[in-house]
Design a protein around this ligand. Structure first.
Ligand code: SIN
Length: 291
């Protein structure tokens, strides 16, 4: 159970895109009802590769939602306004005049929730002529490549994860940042939804049984430590997580649906297409409480 997986596929064509994680998947049409057998292969491809870019799709919001619901309950983003007709879908858009993009730093989705997103499905509708790729890390490798002594220390740490992380954002609220920098990404009041949570730094994947480092931009500090004590350790674990050999890069095409496992990855949307539009539809699926 703890060994890296390597499934033989009968229905899907699965090609790795990097040494540590990531694969391109062909041979499935998500506009149709996917059979249980094919769904099981998609799950295996996800667990094997952590991030899968399913190429050549042409799906409506209803079809994306139907596929997402096969994986569990939809996790509504507590801060981000969904689409008017599809509140479960977040339209991620950067226009030529926008200076910043959504997701442009290392993070794992909705880590600030008590039961954070298990997975994210991002479907590309419009992509720049070049650029706008997304980077991913393998957080299993981030853990497994630590010394035994550091694994022991990591195993004792707990992260304080904050949805509106003023500290990481130079004192600006999420709303202030987004209103200034992203013309079409609208922030809402989370109301009484819990947006601060404490999680173990080392989590065990509920399906593979492997341990990984669970960290990202929503972490404000380690539980019970001062900022001064936390920061050098956070810097170390972020550097360890994002070592080049722990990453892959998904190059988007319109019609690609990328599905990643937030329980064992981080991602980073690259902002390198200043005068073009990039438009995506994102759905996140609720996971369980990290342990
Ligand atoms: C995100 O962080 O969910 C967005 C990733 C992307 O747009 O590539």
């Amino acid at each position: 159970m703890n060994a890296p997986r390597n499934t033989q596929y009968r229905h899907l064509d699965v090609q790795k895109i990097a040494g540590s994680l990531g694969a391109e998947v062909r041979g499935v049409d998500l506009s149709q009802d996917v059979s249980e057998e094919v769904l099981a292969e998609i799950r295996a491809a996800l667990l094997d590769n952590l991030v899968i870019a399913i190429r050549g799709q042409n799906i409506t919001p209803d079809q994306q939602l139907a596929f997402a619901r096969r994986w569990g309950e939809i996790h509504l983003h507590p801060f981000m306004q969904g689409m008017e007709d599809y509140p479960e879908i977040l339209k991620i858009v950067k226009r030529p005049t926008d200076k910043k993009n959504f997701g442009g730093s290392w993070h794992t989705d909705q880590m600030f929730s008590p039961s954070p997103a298990m997975g994210t499905m991002l479907y590309a509708l419009e992509v720049p002529s070049a650029g706008g790729d997304t980077l991913f890390t393998n957080q299993y490798l981030a853990y497994e490549s630590l010394s035994d002594a550091m694994k022991d220390i990591a195993g004792q740490l707990r992260t304080v994860c904050v949805g509106d992380n003023f500290k990481a954002a130079n004192g600006l609220s999420r709303k202030e940042r987004y209103d200034r920098q992203m013309s079409e990404m609208k922030v809402k009041d989370p109301g009484d939804v819990i947006t601060t949570s404490i999680h173990p730094l080392v989590r065990t994947h509920p399906e593979t049984g492997r341990k990984s480092i669970y960290i990202g931009g929503h972490v404000q500090n380690f539980d019970g430590m001062t900022d001064e004590e936390s920061q050098p350790l956070m810097d170390f674990f972020m550097k360890q997580s994002t070592r080049p050999e722990h990453t892959c890069r998904v190059r988007w095409e319109a019609g690609t649906l990328t599905f990643w496992d937030n329980r064992c990855t981080q991602h980073f949307a690259i902002n390198d297409y200043p005068s073009e539009t990039r438009l995506m539809h994102r759905i996140t699926i609720r996971g369980d409480q990290p342990f």
